[in-house]
Design a protein around this ligand. Structure first.
Ligand code: C2E
Ligand code: MG
Ligand code: MG
Ligand code: MG
Length: 289
């Protein structure tokens, strides 16, 4: 009986694994042609100043419109892209598209907006991040001060010496750097003193529970204080309600990003927000923007 059970469990596992592996292989094959087939798209989510209520920048977020599966989440396909090495051409497409878009907005005389691009861990190990970024700025003609790179703490902690050098080269020309999902990595805080980043992004998990969990509010306040004491700016992500917004403002947070102001939107829609001069309502008692 034990043998039968063991065997059937084993068969089930193998089938499950094959199914999973097969799905990944399929996804990888399809992802390979996605950029050329025009299935990749960048959405842009506004970053808003809590001092002025104005849009000060945006984050570029990747979407894959699969012909059969529909929109596939980056959480699902970025790992596949990393394992297969496809992350290199995809990241190239992302950075080029974001830089060209930011350049077009600047050339059109729209209010100044930075564009942030997410950097993946594997990409960082495989590529010379600084060289790649500087080449792309040159190719696209974007002012370096309009580009921001978002990196996670675990990623930075992988190779501290190499990262210090990378950051120096990027800061030298004025590229902005931010630490994404801050507070969720397991690295030591001491790395912060070695890196001249511009911004800490408070992870959305803390923001989400800030109103109901005292510990999360404490962490949010502590990160804001830490950032300011280190001369960094601080932005909260995942801001979904007026109450989140008011509390973050009361605690001195510099900027917010989240569904409360706007979800990630196509370039034309982001441009319309900029042109329309859309602001976050900052008066007390204000509700939806
Ligand atoms: P992230 O960089 O931390 O991006 C924030 C995520 O939160 C985005 O999910 C965004 O759509 C979502 N979000 C924004 N506002 C809210 C809100 O108010 N509430 C909630 N619940 N969520 C909100 P998305 O677009 O699915 O991206 C997921 C992750 O995939 C990103 O996390 C980033 O790590 C990665 N990613 C996205 N685009 C790229 C890319 O071009 N390259 C790389 N390497 N990674 C990317
Ligand atoms: Mg990000
Ligand atoms: Mg994040
Ligand atoms: Mg995240």
């Amino acid at each position: 009986r034990a043998k039968t059970l063991g065997r059937s469990t084993c068969v089930g596992f193998t089938q499950a694994m094959n199914h999973d592996t097969q799905q990944r292989v399929e996804l990888e094959t399809q992802l390979r042609g996605a950029a050329a087939a025009g299935q990749l798209q960048l959405l842009y989510q506004p970053k808003v100043s809590l001092a002025t209520g104005a849009i000060v920048g945006c984050e570029a977020l990747l979407r894959w419109h699969h012909p059969v599966l529909g929109p596939v989440s980056p959480a699902r396909f970025i790992p596949v892209a990393e394992d297969s090495g496809l992350i290199v051409p995809i990241s190239d497409w992302v950075l080029r598209t974001a830089c060209l878009q930011a350049r077009a907005w600047a050339d059109a005389g729209l209010p100044r907006t930075t564009v942030a691009v997410n950097i993946s861990a594997r990409q960082l190990l495989q590529q010379d991040l600084a060289g790649w970024t500087l080449d792309m700025l040159q190719e696209t003609g974007l002012a370096p001060g309009l580009l921001e790179l978002e990196l996670t703490e675990s990623l930075i902690a992988q190779d501290v010496e190499k990262m210090i050098d990378t950051f120096e080269r990027l800061k030298e020309v004025g590229v902005r750097l931010s630490i994404d999902d801050f507070g969720t990595g397991y690295s030591s805080l001491s790395y912060l003193k070695h890196f001249r980043v511009d911004t800490l992004k408070i992870d959305q998990s803390f923001v989400r529970n800030m109103l109901t969990q005292r510990e999360d509010e404490t962490i949010v306040r502590a990160v804001i204080a830490l950032a300011h004491n280190l001369q960094f700016e601080v932005i909260a992500e995942g801001v979904e309600t007026a109450a989140h917004c008011a509390l973050l403002r009361a605690h001195g947070c510099d900027e917010i990003q989240g569904y409360y102001f706007s979800p990630p939107v196509p370039a034309a829609e982001f441009e319309a927000l900029l042109r329309g001069g859309r602001h976050l309502p900052l008066e007390a008692g204000a509700t939806a923007p």
